[in-house]
Ligand binder design. Structure first.
Ligand SMILES: [Zn+2]
Length: 267
């Protein structure tokens, strides 16, 4: 029962995330008025705004102008629904990530993860679709993670300064890279995202995140050029790779670190 409730709650949050992604990349306030069709600008009634269901009932098209609605709307809702259920599963199983904390703190930590992954999903979709990382999403992520690190370092039993240094270091490193390469392929949105990554991951996981991001980004670029989907020198949004690196470092930081140091022969 709780799973069904959380899934539906997640769908609603996913629906809101779609609104935020569209509005923040098109110079609207994320909280202004009712949603409208991006093609014909007609207001969308509540019957046509039910997560997942409306997409099926309308067969993926606007009721008025019959232009197709991007499948990403459907996907974002579904993924957010799954995310909410997954977080509850983590709390229930209490094994992996949350096992180190007790009671209230494990719930606080779960809420924190829920929000950060929600922000990551929004940034990924916005960067893939519009080539932009919305300030609204990335700054709210930075604010929440700063607050979390500051207020919870005594139960994390970690040096909170290292999280801030990781964030500033990661942002600074990308900023330096942009200045040196004159901004080829990366933008200031990526710098803000790197700051969030450092705050979220801390040291040394931030290094693993960068390693995975640059490696997968380079491999993807080569594959796209070979498939002739992209020309050499064309840019690829880097945000999704940074986030893929963050997830890899967060969940598999230790095994990645071990295998890399094994290959490089360092202990
Ligand atoms: Zn329309």
């Amino acid at each position: 029962m709780i799973y069904v409730f959380l899934f539906i709650l997640g769908l609603c949050f996913g629906s809101f995330l779609n609104v935020v992604i569209f509005r923040t990349t098109h110079n609207y306030s994320p909280f202004s008025g009712r949603s409208f069709c991006p093609h014909c600008k007609k207001k969308i009634s509540w019957q046509d705004n039910i997560p997942l269901l409306s997409f099926f009932l309308l067969k993926g098209r606007c009721r008025y102008c019959h232009q197709s609605i991007s499948q990403s709307y459907f996907l974002v809702e579904l993924l957010t629904g799954i995310e909410f259920v997954w977080i509850w599963f983590l709390i229930q199983s209490n094994l992996t990530l949350l096992g180190q904390f007790e009671g209230f703190y494990s719930l606080l930590y779960a809420a924190y993860l829920l929000y950060i992954f929600y922000v990551f999903l929004g940034i990924t979709v916005a960067d893939l679709k519009y080539g932009l990382i919305p300030d609204f999403l990335v700054f709210s992520g930075i604010a929440v993670s700063s607050l979390f690190v500051l207020t919870s370092y005594n139960f994390l039993l970690l040096d909170f300064k290292s999280y801030f240094i990781s964030g500033l270091g990661a942002g600074g490193a990308l900023a330096a890279l942009i200045i040196l390469t004159k901004g080829k392929g990366m933008g200031w949105g990526d710098v803000k995202l790197a700051l969030l990554m450092g705050l979220f991951l801390g040291w040394p996981k931030i290094v693993i995140a960068f390693y995975v991001a640059f490696l997968t980004g380079a491999i993807t670029a080569v594959i796209l050029i070979l498939l002739r989907k992209k020309r050499f020198g064309q840019t690829l949004p880097f945000g999704p790779f940074l986030i893929a690196g963050t997830l890899a470092a967060f969940f598999w930081g230790e095994p990645i670190w071990q295998s890399v140091s094994l290959i490089l022969g360092i202990k």
